[in-house]
Ligand binder design. Sequence first.
Ligand code: PLP
Length: 347
Amino acid sequence: MKITKIHTSKLENVDFNNLQFGRVFSDHMVVCTYTSGKWSEPEIKEYQPFSLNPATHVFHYGQAIFEGMKAYNSKEDKTLLFRPLENIRRLNKSAKRLCMPEIDESIFLDSLTKLIEIDKKWIPKKENQSLYIRPFMIATSEFIRATPADEFTFCIITSPSDKYYAGESNLKIEEKYSRSAPGGVGFAKAAGNYAAAFGPTKEAQNKGYTQVVWTDASEHQYIEESGTMNIMFLINNTIVTPELSDSILGGITRDSILEIAKSKGIKVEERKISISEIVEAYDNNNISEAFGVGTAVTVNPIDSITFRDKKMDFRYTSDSISLQLKSDLLNIQYGISKDENNWTLTL
Ligand SMILES: *Cc1c(COP(=O)(O)O)cnc(C)c1O
């Protein structure tokens, strides 16, 4: 690995009491390029702009995938990563679907851990702060023929991030637009999935909602995800979440929350959930919580879900299952409680 460290850190210019998500980036980045059928040795160098030819493939055909993960600073001042191999495997799953080259787990993990070690001072230390990590891959061939690229860049950048204040979550069940479809790329963390979601989300926000609940593209009858998070419900004291399919992204938070719930003796069901089941359970007072799960927020309790004219409200107390699961997960991620599942990688 080629490592070129910078001389003067930008760290002093950063106000760690006022971090806006994803706007400040640490001193270094990982860059690794793919040409002639193989990946180069990864390089760690100063965070800096790319210079790209206007014909660069990604600008035209959107071969772009990414990951989202975090590094945590423990009380003992250790750096902790949460299930990083799962992110690597998912990136490779996305790569395969988007016709991009997979990357060696060891190249990814070695360069990632080295980068985090070099920029360790960038991991914020206040409660629930973390260093957000954004690995991504783009097609960099310089031609605009509509065929897959044969040159790619893999890059990792990091951004100190604060405790996430999601504010109130008032969701609308989306029955017109779709985030993803059977046979599509919904299971992949493809940049284009986000591009396709911005318009419908904005439309919902103009009507006063904070996000949409995506439903299946064929019938708009079954619940899929909540914005860019997986969704869970507490129905008759059982956690119910949509089963994974090619139109749902398999979140690492989703998997972790389900495991934690099971270990607490909470019943868990992964299956199809229809909108009418949710409405009926709500009318019968059988549904007590609804929450989104994802790396950025961990667990985000949903305040209301609106289906057509019907607004379903949910209330939370410190006894709520979703909030208990949230603190259980955070306690593992920050190394406060015992990591029974061997999820944490300590640097
Ligand atoms: C990233 C993402 C999630 C959450 O995945 P995590 O691994 O838990 O962060 C859920 N849904 C979509 C659409 C996503 O892009």
